[in-house]
Write a protein of this length. Structure first.
Length: 300
């Protein structure tokens, strides 16, 4: 340290003590991965294509646009990703298949979250018999093999979007029951909840005003991960022929249609598989990012 620096120290301290200047604390910024931005960009593009599929310059998903099993090529938007075994545009079928996957994943996830929260919160708050009964139901549902449950429902009911929603909702309810119950147990022991009880607040007010707002961000951050799992489950059912009936396209159904021609026309399988992979990967990245940002339990 030089002599001028030594003289500057007391002067700076004196000026700061007089209130003329205050120390500047730099803001700590958390670095964000490029994958997070790319994931959000991909999800935005998939949602936009699914919503605008009817107005985009794409051929109908049921109308042939070229020779069967044509490889991807430039020059035509409909042939950009090639054609399937009937000469239909794979790009168009991927766009309309996104509607099925996103609607089924989002709707089943939201309904499952609502049902699981409605059952898990009272179980964690009241405890005793209610908690034991709800835990027994959740454990029994989790013990049943998911794929067997979906196959049983699809064989009993007519394959449709409604059947998929019912089956996938049943799959996700136990996870949300456990998540809501665990968060309710954690927040119910906080001081502000105990203070609300001592001030005469009823159980409904404590649950809806004090506890629920604190763990709803956690449930919301978990939703993208749930959607990713539901999209994979829907694709598995469609691959087995128990999903959306044709001619309505779905990503899993497109893979099933192209599996017999994978040696000669691999794009019929790789294109929808790659779309599913990117969508599921992006949802997992978004869920992890939202969890670290909004999950209050991670902040102590």
């Amino acid at each position: 340290m030089t002599q001028s620096d030594v003289k500057a120290v007391p002067e700076a301290a004196a000026s700061w003590g007089d209130g003329a200047r205050e120390p500047v604390v730099p803001r700590v910024s958390e670095p964000r991965s490029v994958l997070v931005y790319l994931s959000y960009g991909w999800l935005f593009a998939v949602v936009a294509v699914a919503l605008l599929a009817g107005v985009l310059p794409l051929a109908s998903f049921a109308v042939p646009v070229g020779p069967p099993r044509q490889a991807p090529q430039l020059g035509s938007l409909d042939l950009l990703l090639g054609t399937d075994s009937q000469g239909r545009s794979i790009l168009s079928r991927c766009a309309y298949g996104a509607q099925v996957s996103l609607v089924v994943g989002a709707a089943a996830g939201l309904v499952g979250a609502a049902i699981g929260t409605a059952l898990g919160m009272p179980a964690g708050y009241f405890g005793k018999r209610a908690d034991s009964l709800v835990r027994l139901v959740a454990d029994a549902m989790l013990a049943f093999p998911p794929l067997i449950l979906l196959l049983a429902l699809s064989s009993i009911l007519t394959p449709s979007v409604r059947t998929l929603l019912v089956g996938l909702t049943l799959l996700i309810v136990p996870s949300y029951i456990r998540l809501a119950r665990a968060n309710t147990l954690a927040w119910a022991a906080r001081d502000f909840v105990l203070a609300a009880r001592n001030m005469g607040a009823g159980h409904r007010r404590v649950l809806t005003r004090e506890i629920m707002p604190n763990f709803l961000p956690t449930l919301g951050a978990y939703l993208p991960v749930v959607m990713a799992a539901l999209i994979v489950a829907e694709g598995s059912l469609s691959f087995l022929g128990l999903g959306i009936p044709p001619p309505r396209p779905s990503w899993g159904g497109m893979i099933a249609e192209g599996k017999d021609s994978i040696a000669e026309s691999p794009h019929m399988v790789f294109v929808p598989s790659f779309v599913i992979f990117l969508t599921v990967f992006a949802l997992n990245q978004a869920g992890d990012h939202l969890r670290h940002r909004f999950d209050r339990t991670l902040r102590g």
